[in-house]
Design a protein around this ligand. Structure first.
Ligand SMILES: [Zn+2]
Length: 290
């Protein structure tokens, strides 16, 4: 028998053994800092056991299998103060038994993000009119609700592909000051995709919402399950509809500069348990911008 056939046979035999650990083989890189992702061990996987449920405050968090352990994959918002936090973990041993809760502590360390100071001559772009402000406040509330969305799934893919081709032009977490006034930090990743460039879904999922927002312009949210959501902004055209299933790498629309953008680019954000986290942690080779 040729070697390749024997190898194929071998792999087929081994596959059932390998699968439990392969299911979540590519977790995001752990970075237990504001804007990062904490990977918290929740204990060994017992044979036949269902994954435990884990909560950070009132927000459920993603639980994955990794090297024989259950781990909580916890998104940490940029404004998380460093310190000690605890996940509440509910064991789901038997459908009939009462789940028992325990607490698992983890640390969040300090991280310094660079500052960027921008001077704009047209102050109307810094100071919003009353009507723009009212619109923005409504949109912030709507986006907050989208960010907290939860859907149980057993196939959440955390190994993302870059959603567009182009140079990286804006890093996550940069603290921005317009004409000396502090603005919200940059909660995403900018790729210099040209007008009309293809914007792809970073993993498979379900289109959670689309919208046309004051700052973010034409935007698509894709729900990957278990509180993992990706967001694509400033699009020139949206090609998908809410509720549609999309595959990894499937086109969502075309890049542009809708909303408040100084030039065409894709702003890409990743949301985990309601927190905007660094998208680069989900990409195997973030240095490659092809
Ligand atoms: Zn951006």
């Amino acid at each position: 028998m040729p070697l390749c056939q024997r190898v194929a046979l071998c792999l087929r035999c081994l596959l059932p053994l390998l699968l439990p650990s392969l299911t979540h083989a590519a977790l995001p890189r752990a970075a237990s800092v504001p804007g990062g992702v904490a990977v918290v061990s929740l204990g060994p996987i017992a044979a036949g056991a269902r994954p435990p449920r884990a909560w950070l405050g009132k927000q459920p968090v993603l639980v994955a299998a990794d090297a024989g352990q259950w781990v909580g994959v916890v998104g940490l918002a940029l404004d998380t103060p460093p310190g000690t936090y605890a996940l509440r973990v509910d064991e789901m041993e038997q459908a009939t038994a009462q789940g028992k809760s325990r607490s698992v502590q983890f640390r969040v360390d300090h991280k310094d993000y660079p500052a960027q100071r921008i001077t704009l001559k047209d102050s109307s772009k810094v100071q919003l009119s009353a009507s723009d402000l009212a619109r923005v406040e409504g949109e912030i509330a709507a986006i907050q609700a989208i960010k907290r969305h939860w859907r149980d799934a057993d196939d959440t893919d955390t190994d993302f592909v870059l959603p567009a081709a182009g140079r990286l032009t804006g890093r996550f977490g940069v603290r921005r000051f317009f004409n000396g006034e502090a603005r919200s930090p940059h909660a995403g990743f900018d790729i210099a995709s040209p007008r009309g460039g293809t914007v792809k879904s970073s993993a498979h999922g379900i289109v959670l919402a689309t919208g046309d927002y004051f700052f973010n312009g034409q935007t698509v949210f894709v729900d990957h399950g278990n509180g993992l959501i990706s967001m694509y902004c400033h699009l020139e055209r949206i090609d998908v509809q809410t509720g549609e299933t999309v595959g990894k790498g499937q086109r969502l629309g075309l890049s542009g500069m809708s909303g408040r953008a100084t030039g065409p680019h894709l702003h890409w954000s990743v949301i985990l348990n309601g927190a905007m986290v660094d998208p680069q942690l989900f990409v195997a080779n973030p240095g490659r911008m092809n």
